[in-house]
Design a protein around this ligand. Structure first.
Ligand code: NDP
Length: 430
């Protein structure tokens, strides 16, 4: 079954050479960025941009509520002595966003708001002639169905406008897709199977909390699992396939088969891979809470009437759960996220494992945010920097795995997300 809509023609390969700067922009504007959204991921990305002034010009942070931008700006000032501008914008309003872009005149808009805003922000970029980057693909509010086709449909418009959009520059999607590119370029001549393993071994001390936006997180986890096998999408009930895996520096954890957005783009851009799966770890306590919330209808996105008003249960649930950006002070432990690939190297079968381990407390000490925000915000900063520098260039809409992985992998090591490679004895036994 292919639930991903009709396949479209592959985009032409992006250029990897240096782009000529627009002569109408001053040297500074060539590196100026406008970041939208002021949650945990944005906070990390903005801290890292301010920490690396040689990579970025003026940073402007805008979100629905300006006081959240101002709090991030204060933290950036206190930690790195750098000043960032702040503004208020409703990113669902294309005209208002375009007016802000005209005022700020950045080279690049970095979308770290929610997936619901992706298309409106891409429209605003097209209106104003600005490049675009995000970390999560578009999802309509009223339907828990995230897929790339909506954004891939913008390819010709970005190409015609001479603009670039980079999709999925977080950790997963993002780093996991770049790891696949690294494996293909340096470790295996052919990849046959790819498993992405996402483990958060952190403990925030709360009964139940999600480590990124609760609404997006719960929509993702409660959706049916889907993996790719020999050209087919195989669907199974949510959280019904479990395996046990021992994660370096975290320990043994239960992980569950899930659908995740990079499966769609990896299946498209790496057609040689026969099977691609995504696994995420969940503790029993988390799953028990989730099951109860589901059973009583609190994870539903269907509106219900309450005291004469329409309420969406999942949005109400989000309002009573802790904000992910507040979890940093209490979270201890590590994340371990990576790719296991089996394939062929020099005629022999080989299995390799590329992963990063990130410590929640170290991430918090550096940026004031826990490791899930850190592992997403740092790759957003790196993708933005590679676009501004012209190391990754192209006209149109691109996924991150379409670019040369080398400069991104080098920057991961330099900016707080070091990775390691191990050869395994053989393929995964499940
Ligand atoms: P948060 O909910 O903490 O932050 C989202 C921010 O966007 C909030 O500041 C919110 O404003 C703002 N926002 C929401 N709607 C609008 C709007 N209409 N106009 C302007 N601003 C708006 O989320 P996270 O920081 O945890 O996640 C950010 C993004 O990163 C999400 O898209 C998420 O899916 C993605 N992500 C990607 C990962 C990856 O590895 N690729 C991993 C984790 C997250 P307000 O503060 O007022 O609510």
């Amino acid at each position: 079954m292919d639930g991903l809509g009709k396949r479209r023609r592959l985009h032409p390969a992006p250029r990897s050479h240096m782009r000529r700067p627009n002569p109408l922009l001053t040297e500074n504007q060539v590196k100026d960025v406008l970041v939208i959204g002021a949650g945990g991921v944005s906070s990390v990305a903005v801290h890292k941009m301010a920490k690396n002034p040689e990579l970025f010009g003026k940073v402007t942070l805008a979100s629905r509520r300006k006081f959240k931008c101002d709090a991030i700006a204060e933290s950036v000032k206190a930690r790195f002595g750098a000043t960032i501008d702040t503004a208020e914008v409703d990113a669902d309003d294309v005209a208002a966003t375009a007016a802000l872009i005209e005022r700020v005149r950045p080279k690049l808009l970095v979308n770290l708001a929610l997936p619901y805003q992706d298309l409106n922000l891409m429209e605003a970029c097209l209106k104003t002639g600005v490049d675009y980057l995000d970390t999560a693909n578009y999802e309509p509010r009223d339907e828990a169905r995230f897929q790339y086709s909506w954004q891939w449909d913008y390819h010709e418009r970005f190409e015609k406008a001479g603009l670039m959009a980079l999709l999925g520059s977080g950790f997963d999607p993002g780093v996991t897709s770049v790891f696949a590119g690294h494996i293909k370029k340096h470790l295996l001549d052919r990849i046959d199977t790819l498993d992405i393993l996402d483990c958060n071994g952190g403990d925030h001390g709360q009964h139940f909390a999600t480590n990124f936006n609760p609404e997006i997180n719960i929509r993702e986890i409660t959706a049916p699992a889907r993996h790719y096998e020999k050209g087919q999408w195989i669907e199974t009930p949510a959280l019904s396939t479990r395996q046990v895996f021992q994660f370096d520096q975290v320990g043994t954890k239960n992980m569950y088969l899930m659908y995740h957005e990079e499966l769609e783009s990896l299946a498209r851009f790496y057609p040689e891979i026969q099977r691609i799966r995504f696994w995420m770890t969940f503790g029993d306590q988390y799953l028990t809470h989730l099951r109860v919330l589901q059973n009583v209808g609190m994870t539903s996105i269907e509106p219900v009437m309450y005291e004469g008003r329409e309420v969406i249960p999942l949005q109400f649930l989000k309002a009573v759960l802790p904000e992910p950006s507040t979890l940093g002070t209490t979270t201890k432990g590590k994340t371990n996220i990576g790719d296991i690939a089996t394939g062929v190297k020099d005629g022999a079968e080989k299995t390799v494992y590329v992963y990063n381990v990130c410590d929640h407390e170290e991430a918090f000490a550096e940026t004031g945010n826990q490791a899930v925000s850190y592992t997403t915000g740092v790759p957003a900063m790196i993708g933005a920097s590679l676009m501004l520098e012209g190391a990754w260039a192209g006209k149109g809409v691109f996924n991150i795995e379409q670019f040369d992985p080398d400069p991104f992998m080098a920057m991961l090591n330099a900016h707080g997300l070091p990775w390691q490679v191990h050869e395994l004895d053989g393929p995964l036994k499940f």
